[in-house]
Every structure is written in structure tokens, then in C-alpha cells.
Design a protein around this ligand. Structure first.
Ligand code: SF4
Length: 647
């Protein structure tokens, strides 16, 4: 288990520290104000994305330019973040996404969210535009706006060092942007401790637009909870189960990288911009080579018994990779590896390091580069467009050069910094056919043709293609599948086949999308104990009751998950999104092109459309507008939000 600070064992703490106060920072005026939200607020919204969506919906006008001073940027740790609960370190960043124009939402684990909670803060709501590059220094005594002249323009590692030196505290936790965020790359991310990423949706660019380089946090040791003894009991029991469970041990021993070999063997590894699923060099870029040749150590997050992260180093004649920047996970190995046709692990590790140094989302970076490679191969662009660069599949040099160009908005990289959808529109000549995105966000590295529920996730997630909007189909397919036992208390007792797209699959996606929404409010990592059936979901009701002192249960918590989901839907409808945007890329309506599943598993359009309609009915979303019905909003206590939005 990694470095948890002790929970206070004080029983019945007057105001448990898990709540935290809300701090508003206006970077234009320098105004900082704070308040304790009432107990009813915490009980309704919990924390994380529930709290963040409340502030977005109340404080930002629809259609606000994400790069304008009026855009609202919220950082909010999950309700349980900072406790010793098992694998609950996560915090969310929300704002209108500059990539999609829809809800921008990105969670990260690590230590920063728990540190913010231990500084007494449940949400940071940031608006305005600082006249000079700035960073926030957050302590239990308050929030201070400081000059970031020492760090602006620097890569993340150097900037983190500069801010720690400026604060005079080497242990301060720093979430920051790199040069990509400063230059408003539409898929720039935010990184803390150089390895934990809020990667998706371009929220690092929103920070950059506000001239905000970083948020440095120093909290107190420990966090007062209602019943620290009970929290520790639950955490110890979950940690014991994690150590015993084979799936959890596999994540600890191997991390996520073996997904490369697994998906290759299954015939579904995204390859050359999804034109193939048959990357014969998979064994050169997957879990075996990472763990056997390049692993320096395992990494993890606050109070997590799993420790699934990998830290790698490369020190060859050609390539050096600094272990401070962690190591590539499955998504990165596929997006910047097989999907760009690159079969050299050292190049992918370097690409991952560059993305971390510049703070770029590795999925959108890899997918946008693979889009460009597809256009290059099709003759839609040539050397005259790329500044002479040979942008062909398999070129590691092209991948590394383009990451540098994108992050600095130089040359051809300036166009790719806009993301694949905007780049395709600028190129024209049918380049749109090479885009694989939903709501403007490039898809992650999982093929929905063999996981139909994942296809629903891609289509329905408010933040664009997202592989954790709900849970993955294979977890519920056989008696021994990892998700089956954990979710029985939700009434999901039957098995559901991975290729099924009928009512049982829609029911599974509906319930697990609510559950994952709850996880986002609580700060739960999906790789933790519950998702793999080591314990059931009722554990969270026990944990929330112990941390807060509430007499709560799973039903109340799932209602909170539904509340956050309904708010995200409302946010998107206010931005002009609706049912027409809940669609899959047409690629997935065609069969797999090659490999062991060649010619099979095209998703049926009519069946998929019927499944989306059924999900709408379960969620009580209006099929014409996409809005949650007035009845659903009333059930969730959100009826006031159906009145005129702010502005
Ligand atoms: S399972 Fe992995 S990502 Fe999740 S909290 Fe633990 S170390 Fe972090």
C-alpha cells in the first residue's frame, strides 16, 4: 500500500474533513473567497464530478468560449479522497472542453486530490484570466495567487522543480500544465507528480487560457473522518482481498500493458488508425517487454493496495527516457504504438515521456497522428503539407517529431494541435473518413465490435468517446467474470454476453453508467477492489457512512450517481448537443478487417439505434431533445435546473 497518511480515529468528528470548503478564485481581479457548503449540498452531490457539475451549471453561461475569462474551471476531489479507503484517490477537473465543446471532464488518481482535501478544500472554482502567468498555492490557511514567472514556458519536470523551489517545500504536490497547455493545444492535459494525468478533453488548455500554470498544494497530515476505526477496518479488509485475488495480483505484477498481447491474440488491437487489428509486432511493444526489460519500479496512488502503475527507463545509444515521467500504460502503448504502426518499445516510451513533459493526452495525440498518417498514405496530404516530414505508418521519427511540433504548435503540428476533427475539416478532400471520434474526441483503444456495451459507452458519454462511462462487457460474461459478483446488490444477477445488444446489455450499461458516475463523485478508481468482485458495491455505503456519519445506503448513493449523470446531460443540451450526437463512428458498422475475426462483428446500425433508444427510456431522457424529463429531474431534486440557465 502506498503512503497513506493516517485518518484521524476521532469518533463523531464535528465536521468530517471529507467535505471540505469551496474556494472561488477570480484570476482577473485576484479575488479569493470561500464558504462551507451546507450539509445538504454534500449529501446531494457528494464531491468530485457531482460538486463540479453543480458549479458549472450555476456559474457558467451556455456557449461560453472555453478559452474566455468567463469559462469556469473546477477542481474537485471525490468525497472519499484523502481517507484510507481502498483505491479512492481520485479528483476531477471539469470545464467546457475546447476539443468537443461539450462537457469536459477528466479524472486522475495520484496524491494531489487527497492533498487538496487535507488542505480543507472540497472544490476549487476558477474563473478569469491572470494578467501574468500565475500559480495557486493552497494550504489549510487559504489560497494565494503567485507569479509563475519561474515556471512558464518550462516542461513539466522543470516547472514542478521551479514551483517547489519557489514555495520552499520539496514535498508540495503540484498539478500543472506543460507547454502544450500554454499554447492552447486542444487536447493538452494536466499532470501531477509528473505521472498522474487528467488527460482527456483538453482541460490543460483551459488552464493555459487563464494564464494558470499550476496549483501547488500542501495539506495537513491526516483527515478527520466520522469513524476512523471503521474506515481503517474496511480499508484493511479490502487490501487483504486485493493481495489474495488473482486479477488484482495481475494488475500489481504486470500493470495494464499486457492488454497489448491480449487484444492482439483476440484480434482486436487497434492498428494503423484502426485499419487493421492484426499488429504482428505486438510482442515487441507489450507487457512482457515492458516488465522484463524496461521496468524500474511499480508505482501507485494514495492509499491504494493495487499499485498498477509502471515506471520505466530507457538508456540506449539511440534513446534516453527519464523514469521521473513514469511509463506508458496500455492506452498509450496502443495509441502511439500499434495504431501508428510503431513497433519499437523504446520509441513509444520516448513518445510517452514527451507527452508527459509537454502535458498532452496520449490517446488524442496518438489518434491525431495516426489520422495524419492515414491521410498521408491516402495521398490527401503530402510533404508539401507536412514541412517535408515523411508521415507514414510505422515511422517512429514522425511520431516523436510530431509530438514536439504539436506541443509547440510549430509547422504541421499547429494543425494537428486542433485535434483530428478540425484537422480533417481544414484538409478537406474526404479526410473526414479517417477520423475516429465521438463528439469530437478521439476514441480510446478498445474495439466496440467485440464489446457492444462499450459501443454504447462511446456514443452516450457526455465527454465524448470514453471507455469508463460504464463497465466493460467481458466483466459480466461468464460465472467467473470479475464483475459478476460485485454488482449483484444492484440487481444485476444474470450473465450478459459480450456481443449481446438487447435489453440485458442496455440494462447493464445503464446501471454501471450510474455506478461509474457515483465512483466519479466518490473518487473511486475503477481498478480497485469492487470492480473486480473482491468486495461488493455495498462496501461503499459502509465506507461513506464511516467517513461522514450519515445513515446512508446504496440506493441513496446510486441516486447521487444518477444526479451527476443527469446534470452532465443537461450541461450538454445547453451547449447544443442532443440525440444526434450520441452516435458511433461509422467504422464500427463494418466488420473487422483482418486477423482471427476477419469479416465478423460489424455492429448492426438498427440494433444499435434501438439500444440507444432503450437506454434513453431507462435514463428518462427525452428522445427528441436528449434532456432528462421533468419527472426524472424532480425525482433527483434537480427541478430548479430546468429553469433558465445563468446569464
Ligand atoms: S489501481 Fe492503479 S490507478 Fe487505481 S488507484 Fe491504484 S495505483 Fe492508482
Amino acid at each position: 500500500m502506498t503512503d497513506p497518511a493516517p485518518d484521524s480515529s476521532t469518533r463523531a468528528a464535528a465536521t468530517p474533513g471529507v467535505f471540505g470548503r469551496t474556494v472561488w478564485v477570480d484570476l482577473t481581479t485576484g479575488d479569493v473567497r470561500e464558504k462551507e457548503e451546507p450539509a445538504s449540498f454534500h449529501r446531494r452531490f457528494l464531491g468530485g464530478s457531482g460538486a463540479a457539475l453543480h458549479y458549472l451549471l450555476h456559474e457558467e453561461r451556455p456557449h461560453t468560449d472555453p478559452f474566455s475569462p468567463e469559462s469556469v474551471l473546477v477542481f474537485a476531489p471525490g468525497l472519499l479522497a484523502g481517507t484510507q479507503g481502498p483505491a479512492v484517490p481520485r479528483y476531477v477537473v471539469c470545464a467546457r472542453s475546447p476539443l468537443t465543446g461539450a462537457l469536459g471532464r477528466s479524472e486522475a488518481g495520484g496524491y494531489w486530490g487527497p492533498e487538496l482535501k487535507r488542505a480543507g478544500i472540497g472544490a476549487l472554482v476558477i474563473t478569469g484570466h491572470a494578467a501574468q502567468p500565475s500559480y495557486l498555492f493552497v494550504t489549510p490557511d487559504g489560497v494565494e495567487i503567485r507569479s509563475a514567472a519561474c515556471a512558464w514556458g518550462l516542461i513539466t519536470g522543470e516547472a514542478e522543480e521551479a514551483i517547489r523551489a519557489d514555495v520552499g517545500d520539496p514535498a508540495v504536490r503540484v498539478a500543472l500544465i506543460g507547454p502544450a497547455g500554454e499554447r492552447l493545444v486542444r487536447y493538452a492535459g494536466i499532470v501531477s507528480d509528473l505521472t498522474h494525468f487528467n488527460g482527456r478533453n483538453g482541460l490543460g488548455a483551459v488552464m493555459g487560457s487563464k494564464n494558470l500554470k499550476a496549483i501547488a498544494v500542501r495539506g495537513k497530515r491526516g483527515l478527520a473522518v466520522h469513524d476512523g476505526v471503521r474506515v481503517k477496518e474496511i480499508a484493511r479488509a479490502a487490501a487483504r482481498l486485493c493481495r489474495q485475488h488473482p486479477l488484482s495480483r495481475l494488475l500489481t505484477d504486470q500493470g495494464t500493458a499486457p492488454g497489448i498481447e491480449t487484444n492482439y491474440a483476440a484480434g482486436v488491437l487497434p492498428t494503423r488508425n484502426w485499419r487493421s487489428a492484426n499488429f504482428a509486432a505486438a510482442d515487441r511493444i507489450g507487457g512482457a517487454v515492458l516488465n522484463e526489460k524496461y521496468l524500474v519500479r511499480r508505482g501507485g496512488c494514495y492509499a491504494c493496495p493495487v499499485n498498477c502503475k509502471r515506471v520505466v527507463a530507457v538508456d540506449s545509444d539511440r534513446i534516453k527516457v527519464d523514469s521521473r515521467y513514469g511509463g506508458p500504460e496500455y492506452e498509450t502503448l496502443a495509441a502511439l504504438g500499434s495504431n501508428c504502426g510503431v513497433d519499437d518499445f523504446e520509441v513509444i516510451a520516448k513518445a510517452n515521456e514527451l507527452c508527459n513533459m509537454y502535458a498532452l493526452d496520449t490517446i488524442s495525440a496518438g489518434m491525431t497522428i495516426s489520422f495524419a498518417m492515414a491521410c498521408f498514405g491516402d495521398g490527401l496530404i503530402g510533404p508539401e503539407d507536412t514541412g517535408g516530414l515523411d508521415v507514414r505508418f510505422g515511422s517512429g521519427d514522425a511520431v516523436l517529431t510530431l509530438i514536439e511540433q504539436i506541443a509547440r504548435r510549430e509547422g504541421f503540428g499547429d494543425l494537428l494541435a486542433e485535434g483530428s476533427v478540425r484537422a480533417a475539416a481544414a484538409i478537406g478532400r474526404g479526410a473526414e473518413a479517417n477520423v475516429v471520434a465521438v463528439k469530437g474526441q478521439e476514441v480510446p483503444m478498445h474495439d466496440p465490435r467485440v464489446k457492444t456495451g462499450l459501443g454504447l459507452q462511446y456514443a452516450l458519454a457526455p465527454n465524448g468517446a470514453d471507455h469508463w462511462f460504464a463497465q466493460h462487457d467481458p466483466m459480466f460474461a461468464t460465472e467467473t467474470s470479475p464483475g459478476v459478483r460485485a454488482l449483484e446488490p444492484l440487481g444485476l444477477q444474470g450473465l450478459v454476453q459480450t456481443l449481446d445488444l438487447g435489453p440485458p446489455k442496455v440494462r447493464l450499461v445503464w446501471h454501471t453508467s450510474v455506478l461509474n458516475s457515483l465512483y466519479d463523485c466518490l473518487g473511486v478508481c475503477i481498478f480497485g477492489a469492487v470492480a473486480r468482485s473482491m468486495t461488493g458495491v455495498n462496501m461503499f455505503a459502509d465506507l461513506v457512512a464511516a467517513a461522514t456519519g450519515w445513515d446512508t445506503n446504496l440506493r441513496e448513493l446510486m441516486q447521487a450517481g444518477q444526479r451527476a449523470l443527469a446534470m452532465s446531460r443537461l450541461y450538454n443540451v445547453r451547449q447544443g448537443f442532443g440525440p444526434q450526437d450520441d452516435v458511433l463512428p461509422s467504422l464500427y458498422y463494418t466488420p473487422l478487417p483482418d486477423g482471427p475475426l476477419a469479416g465478423r462483428h460489424a455492429i448492426d446500425r438498427d440494433e444499435f439505434a434501438a439500444a440507444v433508444r432503450l437506454y434513453y427510456e431507462m435514463a428518462s431522457w427525452d428522445p427528441k431533445t436528449g434532456l432528462p424529463t421533468a419527472g426524472k429531474m424532480t425525482e433527483l431534486g434537480l427541478e430548479g435546473l430546468l429553469d433558465a440557465p445563468p446569464g
